[in-house]
Ligand binder design. Structure first.
Ligand SMILES: C[S@@+](CC[C@H](N)C(=O)[O-])C[C@H]1O[C@@H](n2cnc3c(N)ncnc32)[C@H](O)[C@@H]1O
Length: 358
């Protein structure tokens, strides 16, 4: 059986790691392209465990049975590719004339001469005609209360048709987010940052600009024995983060501090093993000069609170300020990893730094 999982573009390799960890030898092969946010894997013996194990994954958005995939032209003709791929698939094995179905179409990438609405319309026609050809009767479309939802994703020049078994709501929408921070990080990206930070159980993990607490909460849900510190300059966000931590049932594992990350050494009295943070970008809100100053002071002061093998993992569009500060201020920090990921309609970098060993 072929399964498709969707994720945040830029972290496909980390999802691959998680798939191997969770399904191990049940997996026959995994295929994906960088930055497409889609992985296809085939699984044989362990089919009955798929749904139960998939729900333990931290970095995926949806999972489903892959019905068809193929290439699709970005020009108007691409709609014929969508039609033909679905029409010639065994979609009739999933949709019968007695069922009501819905298409959810997504189009990702540039220069397509059609919209996701066009894709949904053509895909719907293909399903109806394929089912009619097989059974001599047409199924009905019902967008509100369908018996089955067929996802049709066009990602650049790739087409994926799948039936999600993780429901209509993406798994990145965690149930604990009662307080909705205006610039919240996707929990799936927070989980990716935790993995990249090399954190292990038992450590002290701090998000010094924690907003609604996504990173500390994800860390507390990932590890049993880590201690989390969630600091933000805004007391309203700290209150919100606390509410979210209560909803996630991890309140007792997170310490909340109202404080200024540019003077982090004045608030923290223990050595921190992992700083994992999503600082303000200064693109949508804020004064760009003040934001640059915050980054500069943070990079200068953060080594004062770190343990020996500590790492600092940041997601930001302001990576240049970090690199300039490291160079100009003679900082002991060195970059050990970086990658670009998609976040909303931005492409920030995740950077991992550590203190240079003499
Ligand atoms: C991008 S948001 C973090 C969102 C968070 N990751 C979440 O998912 O909710 C950046 C946060 O940095 C905080 N911040 C800005 N300047 C700060 C400073 N000097 N010290 C600590 N926090 C600061 C803001 O209040 C904001 O909540």
């Amino acid at each position: 059986m072929e399964i498709l999982v969707t994720t945040n573009p830029g972290i496909e390799d980390l999802v691959e790691e998680e798939l191997w960890e969770i399904f191990g030898k049940c997996i026959e092969r995994i295929e994906y392209k960088k930055n497409r946010g889609r992985l296809v894997f085939s699984i044989d013996d362990c089919t009955k465990y798929i749904a139960e194990r998939i729900y333990t994954m931290t970095m995926i958005h949806r999972a489903g049975i892959l019905v068809a995939q193929g290439k699709v032209d970005k020009a108007k003709d691409g709609l014929n590719d969508v039609f033909n791929t679905i029409y010639s698939s065994d979609i009739y094995g999933y949709v019968t004339p007695y069922m009501k179905f819905a298409i959810r179409a997504e189009r990702i990438g540039r220069n397509h001469e059609y919209t996701s609405i066009d894709i949904a319309r053509v895909a719907g026609d293909a399903v109806i005609e394929a089912v009619e050809k097989k059974y001599g009767m047409r199924p009905k479309v019902d967008l509100d209360y369908p018996n089955i939802v067929i996802h049709v994703d066009v990602v650049e020049d790739n087409l994926y048709v799948y039936i999600a078994f993780t429901g209509d709501i993406s798994m990145h929408r965690r149930g604990y987010r009662i307080y909705d921070h205006p610039a919240a990080l996707k929990p799936t990206l927070a989980a990716a940052m935790i993995r990249l930070s090399r954190a292990v159980d038992g450590e002290i993990i701090m998000d010094s600009m924690c907003g609604g607490g996504t990173i500390p909460i994800e860390a507390a849900l990932t590890f049993e024995n880590t201690r989390q510190i969630c600091m933000d300059i805004n007391p309203v966000h700290i209150k919100g983060a606390e509410i979210n931590a209560i909803a996630a049932n991890v309140r007792n594992r997170i310490e909340f501090i109202v404080g200024d990350a540019s003077k982090i050494h004045e608030y923290v009295k223990t050595s921190i093993d992992r700083i994992i943070s999503n600082p303000p970008y200064g693109i949508r809100v804020g004064n760009p000069r003040a934001i640059r100053e915050l980054y500069k002071r943070f990079i200068i002061n953060v080594p004062k609170v770190l343990s020996e093998n500590a790492t600092i993992t940041l997601i930001t569009t302001e990576h240049k300020v970090i690199e300039e500060t490291i160079t100009n201020e003679g900082s002991p920090l060195v970059k050990i990893h970086e990658r670009i990921v998609s976040h909303g309609n931005l492409w920030p970098k995740i950077m991992v730094l550590r203190v240079e060993k003499p």
